[in-house]
Design a protein around this ligand. Structure first.
Ligand SMILES: [Zn+2]
Length: 175
């Protein structure tokens, strides 16, 4: 009997329990469990379970609490412009240089997509002005930061579900 068959024969209840303890299984089994959950139309375990496990907080009460809170944050109004959500972590990438000194950083921001894009556009404009004037890092890193901003503006977190970054953001706040 294959691994797929084993899991196909399990009850919904057993599968639900396995989904909550997914981190205890090896990768091959985890894949089979996810596929079986998908086949039955059951809810998929969220990525934070992995994060929670990594940080040694594996109890289900905490995991449920984090999920509820993160979903609530995701659907809340934007803290910057007060327009309706979804809100998520939008990261802008900055750089400035003076001759032989260059500094760059990535700045995460909790906001709606349009506030996130506004910040990324500002980062492109300002970094495009003051990023280049350092050797060699200004010349090398400025295009990288600009491309990262453009890719954040085009792609960025999905509207349909909270990103892993939002889970991490909330998780760090709990510490
Ligand atoms: Zn906003």
């Amino acid at each position: 009997m294959s691994l797929e068959d084993v899991w196909r024969r399990k009850s919904d209840r057993a599968l639900e329990k396995a989904a909550k303890e997914l981190t205890q299984y090896n990768e091959a089994t985890e894949t089979v469990i996810r596929a079986e959950l998908h086949r039955r139309g059951m809810p998929m375990p969220l990525p934070f379970l992995r994060i929670a496990y990594d940080l040694a907080v594996a109890d289900q009460g905490t995991a449920d609490y984090i999920q509820d809170q993160v979903l609530a944050i995701h659907q809340s109004p934007c803290p910057r412009c007060n327009q309706p959500g979804p809100v998520d972590i939008h990261t802008s990438h900055w750089i400035w240089s003076i001759v032989f000194m260059t500094q760059w950083r990535s700045q995460p921001q909790l906001s709606c997509r349009s506030c996130g894009r506004a910040e990324q556009a500002k980062a492109i404009f300002l970094s495009g002005l003051i990023g280049w004037w350092g050797f060699p890092w200004g010349l090398l890193i400025t295009p990288v930061q600009i491309i990262k901003n453009i890719s954040g503006m085009i792609d960025g977190p999905k509207d349909t579900e909270p990103s892993k970054e939002l889970y991490l953001f909330f998780y760090k706040r709990l510490q």
